[in-house]
Design a protein around this ligand. Structure first.
Ligand code: GLU
Length: 447
């Protein structure tokens, strides 16, 4: 059997969006699963719209996702080869030069190269969709080059696939209608026909093709990267956009995907882009990281907090953050009290005082006495066991008493309306720092 060769042929006319990344991933997975090779090709024939910066972004994004390839080419560097092939077709009578009035300026004539189309019905087997038949008569003798030196896109694709020995063309469903033209060109060139697999469209929430007009637009890989998605999570999620392993598994590393991937698992129906699901996949991946790696990969060191409290905060960040951007926001916001002593406000400390319950300063004094007895390194459970009885006693006094006395405790420790519970805070900042904060609050209350 011939070795599998797939291709990743993006057009550098735009940024690397999730559609291009998914197609690239499937080509990579299939080739690696089959012990084959992948060729990368920059389809930069549209000189006006192709840009080096887009090519760079695409290459960088795919490499960041962990994809690799075995050969690299650019259509703009293959002009001589295309000309040679077009001249060969003209010589053999499979194509001809047609002098026609220019479309732009009917006063002028142009020399187009047209394929002599036998006009047969063509059937190809799509590995995802089954047999697809086209009547090619209606295509007529279509143009394959605007001059001997200016092949149209379809011609360049076929020539490149032929020269690279591509065995499998795996691409978006929007290319199905290009396939008959490309097969006719292949047949004229005497090139072997590769197998085709057209991937289902990626849809937005409204089940329309994901596009610039979709509510979320088309997500770009570099933007998702900047937002703090992990490449492992994106690869995992993108693989499941149109493919499933045939069992209930949802967590896959790239290596596991290579192992599990088959074209048989690709679905025909469109796959909906679901950011909420991506967030949960990302959170699962973030939770696999040990603290030091979490801090490093999340760039959390840049926040300038001391390493030890930062490392201690990681489990909380892993519980709450779904992206590294969210982790930054939490560390600098709701969890800031883990790194910096707060400046609580007297009125807020008293906010939940009620008749028949201990006043905030009295409650804090009681908590302080218990906190001072807690050994260093006490867990949240130990802190709860020491402090909760005081709150329970207040509860016995009246409805809501527990919450009323726990409030100044949590607020004195955090300085914030929203924060982790006070026992977790005591365990993370340590009893000594907790005691300092409680004394400070008591002082603020005039005690
Ligand atoms: N350059 C095309 C694209 O980016 C891919 C064409 C193909 O796979 O044949 O959509």
């Amino acid at each position: 059997m011939t070795r599998v060769v797939t291709r990743i042929p993006p057009s550098p006319t735009g940024r690397l969006h999730i559609g291009t990344a998914r197609t690239a991933l499937f080509n990579y997975l299939f080739a690696r699963h089959e012990n084959g090779t992948v060729v990368f090709r920059s389809e930069d024939t549209d000189r006006a719209r192709s840009k080096k910066e887009f090519e760079d972004e695409i290459l960088e994004g795919l490499a960041w996702l962990g994809l690799s390839w075995d050969a690299f080419s650019r259509q703009s560097e293959r002009a001589a080869r295309y000309r040679e092939l077009i001249e060969g077709l003209v010589r053999k009578g499979r194509a001809y030069i047609s002098e026609e009035p220019s479309r732009e300026d009917p006063e002028k004539t142009v020399e187009l190269v047209r394929l002599r189309n036998p006009g047969a019905r063509i059937t190809f087997i799509d590995l995802v969709r089954g047999g697809i038949t086209f009547d090619t008569a209606e295509l007529g003798d279509f143009v394959i080059a605007r001059s001997l030196d200016d092949p149209v896109y379809h011609f360049a694709v076929v020539a490149d696939d032929m020269d690279a020995g591509v065995t499998h063309v795996i691409r978006g469903e929007d290319h199905i209608s290009n396939t008959p033209r490309q097969i006719l060109i292949q047949e004229a060139l005497g090139a072997p026909r590769p197998a085709y697999a057209h991937l289902p469209l990626i849809l937005d929430k409204k089940r329309a093709k994901l596009s610039k007009r979709s509510p979320s637009g088309v997500p770009q890989i570099a933007d998702l990267r900047a937002e703090g998605f992990m490449p492992e999570a994106l690869v995992n999620y993108l693989a499941l956009l149109g493919w499933n392993p045939g069992d209930a598994r949802e967590d896959f590393s790239l290596a596991e995907l290579v192992e599990a991937f088959t074209l048989g698992g690709v679905q025909k129906s469109g796959a909906v882009w679901d950011r909420t699901k991506l967030l949960s996949v990302n959170q699962r991946w973030m939770r696999t990281l040990p603290p030091d790696e979490f801090i490093e990969r999340g760039g959390l060191g840049a926040l300038g907090f001391a390493p030890e409290p930062l490392a201690k905060a990681v489990p909380l960040l892993q519980e709450r953050a779904r992206t590294f951007a969210e982790a930054h926001a939490l560390a600098g916001g709701e969890l800031l009290c883990l790194f910096e002593a707060p400046a609580p406000d007297a009125a807020a400390l008293r906010a939940k005082e009620a008749p028949g319950l201990p006043r905030a300063d009295a409650a804090l004094a009681q908590f302080l006495a218990s906190v001072e007895r807690l050994p260093d390194g006490s867990s949240a459970d130990a802190a709860r066991a020491a402090l909760m009885p005081l709150a329970e006693a207040a509860e016995a006094e009246g409805k809501g008493g527990r919450g009323a006395v726990l409030w100044p405790l949590r607020y004195a420790l955090s300085g914030q309306e929203r924060s982790p519970d006070p026992f977790t805070l005591v365990s993370l900042i340590g009893p000594a720092e907790a005691a300092r904060r409680l004394k400070k609050a008591i002082g603020i209350l005039g005690g």
